[in-house]
Write a protein that binds this ligand. Structure first.
Ligand code: TEU
Length: 569
């Protein structure tokens, strides 16, 4: 890649906003009850109006759908449930017409056990595809090779009768980990990415890519650090940077792609290496530390109120650390694996609109590339289901069973699932107040949230004070305000119990964000440097109330009040 194109790459996607499309729940044009590619193409004008530059399309490849497409059985295909390759080509054409870009989800840490590679691999120990996957003999005393646990519950090893060996599956038992030690696997991964890059795809979101390099001794985890489930032996593993640099040299660089790595349980040091342009690995990284502040001792399947100070501390440390290291954050509150932040960190009831806008302003003022998960831009909350039969996610149904096997009552287990389940984010997009929220003319694969009559795109596009227009304004700001891109982050609140306050400072402007994360009025004392600002230089650029606070030594914020100012010059 030439320096110029590197600089170009550093420019365009650092001012961009990415919209994440979970196709199964986005827009159904066939009445199947499942969203499809044409359904996305039909909504490109909507996304363009929102100001979106890049669409992240989640897996639409052939798949048995045990993990809603993250179990790929043919990497160069479109699953008929989502449409055809012609539909995909039409989507690409329509994106280009609008100067929008496509980021495709690539899942190469594992494949479906229905992939031809695995079908071959399991036939015999000397099959040419045997080493495409990770096979191990039973432990000396019999049983699983080690004590590593699947992220979806249970052992990470699955026994295969045919050859008397176990294969590694860090997620579902039908998602077999690929063996990246095998250079043929690495070649296959690069080849399949080139296939999509040749079709004009502008970038990739790389699923759990920091798990691809495993400690080849496959030791038991003695439980002394992290979660004791073996992740320390395959997370940010010994050759992970080597493998990613190979992908950069073979694909990302030559095609000048924008790339984001999903980094499970990672560290800042690794994310600096993954995303500093001089390392020639990824454009940016997702980390999840800020979304574990309501996990007691890091345990996802237990409940506690979220730790506000921890949330602010993590967001701040990653802002400062990644900037100092030359890395670049993918900024997000929501995705298809997380309960909705609106319900998790704010109020999805009486103060829903103010809360949704507060979360938006807080995130979009930070340094990095913001990601908007479908429905976030209209303030969609978690659904209020009261029966486990409403849930569809393999992780949720597994964990519901396991929690009860471990002694929790049905209501205890249900209470945890209802707050933690990935299905909270996967309810169908709410387009209008018609039947099934305009998502489908059929029966949706998962229930539409009952509040769609008052939370939908149609109503909000017509209401300038809506959450939609709040996001639209923030996304537009990023394209015109350099301080949002290059401003140095400084935290301004010292462990305030209600308020998160920070500044972004560059050579010409200072951006200020104050957000009240509480349901009560909050008073915040500005640092001295900001108390007496020339009002002629102070510009309110975003806020969630038409009565912004009066500027002075102390700023009073209403419940979930949130404002963004720029101090010019
Ligand atoms: O997610 C990996 C991931 O970190 C989460 O799934 C998390 O590990 C899980 O919720 C357990 O807490 C990626 C995809 O985003 C997810 O949808 C897939 O299920 C997973 O990888 C396997 O491909």
């Amino acid at each position: 890649m030439t320096t110029k194109s590197l600089e170009n790459q550093a420019q365009w996607w650092r001012k961009s906003t990415v919209y994440q499309v979970y196709p199964r729940s986005f827009n159904d044009t066939t009445g199947s009850g499942i969203g499809d590619i044409r359904g996305l193409t039909e909504k490109l004008d909507y996304l363009q109006d929102l100001g979106i530059d890049i669409v992240w399309l989640q897996p639409v490849y052939n798949s048995p759908q045990n993990d809603n497409g993250y179990d790929v059985s043919d990497y160069r295909s479109i699953d008929p449930m989502y449409g055809t390759m012609d539909d995909f080509d039409e989507l690409m054409d329509e994106l280009r017409k609008r100067d929008m870009h496509l980021m495709l989800d690539i899942v190469v840490n594992h494949s479906s056990t229905e992939h031809e590679w695995f079908q071959q691999s399991r036939l015999s120990k000397d099959n040419p595809y045997r080493d495409y996957y990770i096979w191990r003999d039973p432990a000396p005393g019999g049983g699983v090779p080690n004590n590593w646990q699947s992220k979806f519950g249970g052992s990470a090893w699955q026994y295969d009768e045919a050859t008397g060996q176990y294969f590694l599956a860090l997620f579902d038992k039908t998602q077999a980990d690929l063996n990246w030690e095998n250079k043929q696997v690495r070649k296959e991964a690069a080849d399949l990415m080139r296939f999509w890059a040749d079709k004009g795809v502008d970038g990739f979101r790389m699923d759990v890519i920091n798990l691809i390099s495993k400690d080849q001794n496959f030791p038991d985890d003695d439980g002394s650090i992290m979660t004791g489930d073996g992740r320390r032996y395959y997370t940010d593993g010994p050759k992970v940077h080597e493998y990613i640099k190979e992908l950069y040299e073979q694909v990302y660089g030559p095609y000048d792609l924008v790339t984001v790595g999903e980094m499970s349980s990672t560290t800042m040091q690794h994310c600096i290496r993954y995303s500093n342009p001089e390392e020639r690995e990824f454009s940016m990284t997702f980390n999840f530390h800020h979304l574990k502040v309501d996990y007691p001792q890091g345990k996802k399947w237990e409940l506690m109120p979220y730790d506000f100070e921890a949330l602010k501390g993590l967001l701040s440390s990653w802002q400062v650390g990644m900037n100092e290291g030359g890395g670049w954050n993918a900024l997000f509150w929501n995705n298809h694996d997380q309960p909705r932040a609106l319900s998790r960190f704010a109020d999805d009831g009486q103060c829903r609109v103010a809360s949704a806008k507060m979360l938006a302003t807080t995130l979009h003022g930070l340094q990095g590339t913001p990601y908007v998960f479908q429905g976030e831009e209209i303030g969609m909350p978690n659904p209020n289901w009261n029966d486990i039969s409403e849930f569809r996610d393999i992780e949720s149904t597994n964990m519901y069973r396991i929690m009860m096997e471990m002694g929790k009552t049905e209501s205890e287990a249900f209470d945890i699932i209802s707050k933690r389940s990935r299905d909270n984010a996967r309810t169908p997009m709410q387009w209008n107040y018609g039947g099934q929220a305009g998502f489908t003319d059929g029966t949706p694969w998962i229930k539409v949230d009952e509040r769609y009559p008052e939370i939908n795109v149609k109503m909000q596009r017509e209401d300038p004070s809506s959450v939609f227009h709040h996001y639209r304004n923030l996304i537009a700001l990023r394209k015109t305000e350099p301080v949002l891109i290059d401003g140095r982050y400084v935290r301004l609140d010292e462990a305030h119990p209600q308020v998160f306050a920070y500044a972004r400072i560059n050579d010409t402007d200072t951006l200020l964000v104050l957000s009240n994360f509480s349901s009560e009025k909050a008073v915040f004392t500005l640092p001295e440097d900001y108390q007496s600002v020339d009002q002629g230089k102070l510009e309110l650029v975003s806020g969630n109330s038409d009565q912004p606070p009066v500027w002075g030594k102390q700023i009073t914020l209403d419940a979930y009040g949130s404002f963004m100012w720029i101090i010019r010059g």
